[in-house]
Design a protein around this ligand. Structure first.
Ligand SMILES: [Zn+2]
Ligand SMILES: [Zn+2]
Length: 245
């Protein structure tokens, strides 16, 4: 162990002593989310078209909805109606508790692991990961400066690490600082987000992209990212999110 690691360990030890960590759900001391509460988050077992919600095999857009999307489909790890997940995401996004990256990325990892063990998933080329790259939905640099971290990027990093997938977090950029979209209806969202993203890298030919965001609402943001990636050569773009709002 290097000296630096020793110092970091001692620092963590002292911090824990001074500011003990509690489970954000049951308040048990020790972790930001205890193992028992982690297990309470129920993973999605069924897939549907993210737009019309019609049940299907992979969470792809159905034929009629696909016309309006560059995105192929969205994998929704768990239900946002799960009160616990909703609470954790709120604490992560708005109270800026960065340490929730680990338990929240675990939700995505568990979901994706289940998905991969399913025989039928072999049909999806994106899931053999050899030509797959994980890209987080970017935030504008001013927003990152204010928040301290981009939640999508943190989640993407741990998911990519777990499955040894290439991770690219710097070439899809948000060139326009859009205000928070949550208050707006779909049309306003589409107008606001138009041309908000740019691709600063080489062509993505033959690449399959997993775009990571925390929550999907109308899919407008993910779809704008997918549009730019497709225009730059990506073969297929799928979203991976924690929940659907
Ligand atoms: Zn707990
Ligand atoms: Zn549909």
């Amino acid at each position: 162990m290097t000296l630096k690691n020793h110092v970091l360990n001692i620092r963590d030890f002292l911090l824990d002593l001074l500011f003990p960590v509690f489970c954000q759900n049951c308040h048990k001391e020790g972790e930001y989310l205890c193992a028992k509460c982690q297990e309470k988050i129920i993973l999605n077992k069924k897939s549907h078209c993210p737009e019309c919600k019609k049940a299907n095999e992979f969470g792809n857009y159905c034929r009629s909805c696909q016309e309006n999307f560059y995105l192929k489909g969205v994998w929704i790890s768990a239900s946002y109606h799960d009160k616990l997940l909703k609470k954790l995401i709120k604490k992560y996004k708005y109270s800026l508790i960065k340490e929730l990256t680990t338990p929240l990325s675990q939700v995505m990892i568990d979901f994706l692991s289940d998905f991969l063990t399913d025989e039928s998933s072999k049909k999806l080329k994106i899931l053999d990961f050899r030509h797959t790259v994980i890209i987080p939905v970017p935030l504008h640099k001013r927003r990152i400066a204010w928040r301290g971290f981009n939640q999508s990027e943190e989640l993407a990093s741990l998911v990519a690490q777990k499955f040894s997938i290439e991770h690219n977090n710097h070439q899809l950029i948000r060139s326009k600082n859009t205000s928070s979209q949550t208050r707006f209806d779909r049309q306003t969202r589409i107008k606001n987000i138009g041309n908000a993203f740019a691709w600063n890298g080489p062509k993505l030919e033959k690449k399959y992209v997993i775009l990571i965001d925390d929550v999907i609402t109308t899919g407008t943001t993910l779809n704008e990212c997918a549009k730019i990636l497709r225009q730059n050569g990506a073969k297929e773009v799928w979203g991976l999110v924690l929940g659907q709002n």
